[in-house]
Design a binder for this molecule. Structure first.
Ligand code: BES
Ligand code: MN
Ligand code: ZN
Length: 507
């Protein structure tokens, strides 16, 4: 069981052009997916499902009623077709109220994801959801692929139903092929990130993560550079070294680079890659520790985004830094009250070894300055305070530039990833003063912990560079039940936002 196995758990997708939605009725597939709305008197078929009622002898509404489908978002029902359609199975998903104008991409992604999850064990499925525009066809493909994700690498017994094998999006929209191609590229990257997050820390330590980054990065056409523990020490990466020194699995810094000859903008992404966060000597309680394999989700998102950006051939320069370390307690671990010199040259007093993410990030952020980027965006499962403030599904976005912060929030929204802008109140800076070093890694006040972490990072941003910070402690890992196209466990959160940001800055 090696973590090298490619992320092939998402199935394949193809587009098919149809002139008429009636063709859905005779489309050769194992399952046909259609949408239904909440209508004034019961569920009403959505566009894409028009010919269906006739083929079913006018019994669609009564059938949906019988299986309890109202058309609400989140509803899904499997209905046998008894030969009325070519497909033996009809899968009906709720789309809520019919929209006034265009169908919203996230509604379609979620519906397709819910259908795909219900389709586990099915060979081929065709999606006859509303897709009169290319971006809608893309949304259906993306939602379907992400919903079909499964992580079974470590299962030897029990229910091992394979995810739906082949997805077809029925659309005659102009540009649908390109939109579906983008969806496949993005879904492949998100699945890679989910696989990395789900992989237990016994199989994913910093050097192993670096190896996977090397393999998948090189395959995507990125140039990849890995600094090992000796090079990190000699290079002055005091934060990454300090966090990693307590583990038998030494730290790494990975630099991934993608360039386009016509690019006018250089973006640097920096990801927190703690392959396991025990807290170090400031040890976490048991109930906070069992999911800390997800503490490398930021580095995962950066790797996934770089691979996708290269796959899409965007006209932008993108650099990714993966700050990889394992935070463990031991005789060689850093101690609360230790002081190190960071890559930027500033000294840091470590008052709490569990506030380690900011320590590895500041070296990555400062090093990114050497690439002369137009903007730096860091991504991290940084604080429990983010979850307290915004919950499980909404990342916090902070920045040294209001326009950039709003841009990140807007792009995340368009991608269907929850994110919300948060302030950097100046009065919180003073609490980070240290009696011995230039700055301390812990604020005496627990409240506003997401903000003080960001204020700490800001001190290490190269002068004159626009910077945004995304705290996704909650969104990176789904401890609850699957929903929409999001499975239990690793979600791949913020990968799509980074790709969207690169697209925004691509010429
Ligand atoms: N990795 C954690 C943050 C985290 C918490 C991520 C829950 C995902 C879910 C981070 O390294 C951490 O331990 N943060 C501390 C900081 C504190 C000591 C200032 C926290 O939030 O409690
Ligand atoms: Mn921690
Ligand atoms: Zn952490």
């Amino acid at each position: 069981m090696r973590a090298t196995q490619a992320a092939t758990s998402i199935g394949r997708v193809t587009t098919v052009r149809l002139n008429s939605t009636d063709n859905a009725v005779s489309f050769d597939t194992d399952a046909l997916v259609v949408g239904v709305h909440i209508g004034p008197d019961g569920p009403r078929p959505a566009p894409g499902a028009e010919g269906l009622d006739e083929a079913l002898g006018g019994k669609l509404a009564a059938t949906l009623d019988a299986v309890g489908v109202k058309g609400r978002p989140g509803e899904v029902a499997k209905v046998p077709t008894f030969g009325a359609l070519t497909a033996p199975l009809l899968v009906v998903v709720g789309l809520g109220d019919a929209p006034d104008g265009d169908y919203d991409a996230e509604t379609l992604r979620r519906a397709a994801g819910i259908a795909a999850r219900a389709l586990a064990g099915t060979g081929r499925a065709a999606f006859a959801l509303p897709a009169t525009r290319a971006r809608q066809a893309g949304a259906i493909a993306l939602g379907g692929l992400l919903g079909a994700y499964s992580f079974t690498r470590y299962r030897t017994v029990g229910d091992r139903q394979a995810p739906v094998g082949e997805l077809t999006v029925l659309s005659d929209a102009e540009g649908a092929e390109d939109a579906v191609r983008r969806a496949v590229t993005v879904a492949t990257s998100v699945s890679l990130v989910r696989d990395l997050v789900n992989t237990p820390p016994s199989d994913l330590w910093p050097a192993r993560f670096a190896e996977i980054a090397q393999e998948s990065g090189t395959a995507a056409g990125l140039s990849v550079e890995v600094l090992d523990e000796r090079e990190l020490k000699e290079g002055g990466y005091g934060g990454i070294v300090a966090v990693g020194q307590g583990s038998v699995n030494p730290p790494r810094l990975v630099r991934l680079a993608y360039g386009h000859p016509e690019a006018t903008t250089t973006i640097a992404f920096v990801g927190k890659g703690i392959t396991f966060d025990s807290g170090g000597l400031s040890l976490k309680p048991t109930t906070s520790m069992d999911w800390m394999k997800s503490d490398m989700g930021g580095a995962g998102a950066v790797l996934g985004a770089l691979v996708a950006i290269a796959g899409l051939g965007l006209k932008v320069n993108a650099i990714g830094y993966l700050c990889l370390a394992e935070n463990m307690p031991s005789g060689t671990a850093q101690r609360p009250s230790d002081v190190f010199t960071s890559f930027a040259g500033k000294t840091v007093e470590v008052l709490d070894t569990d506030a380690e993410g900011r320590l590895v990030l500041i070296d990555g952020i400062a090093r990114a300055g050497q690439d002369d980027p137009d903007l730096i965006v860091d991504v991290a499962t940084l604080t429990g305070a983010q979850i307290v403030a915004l919950g499980w599904r909404t990342a916090g976005v902070m920045a040294n530039d209001d326009a950039l912060r709003e841009e990140v929030v807007e792009i995340a929204g368009a991608e269907g990833e929850g994110a919300w802008g948060m302030p950097l109140p100046e009065d919180l800076r003073k609490g980070l003063d240290s009696p011995v070093a230039d700055i301390a890694n812990l604020h005496p006040e627990r409240f506003g912990g997401m903000l003080t972490a960001a204020i700490f990072l800001r001190e290490f941003v190269p002068d004159g560079v626009r910077w945004a910070h995304i705290d996704m402690a909650g969104p990176a890992f789904n401890k609850g039940e699957p929903h929409g196209y999001t499975p239990k466990g690793g979600t791949g959160a913020i990968t799509r936002t980074l790709v969207g940001l690169a697209e925004r800055y691509a010429g």
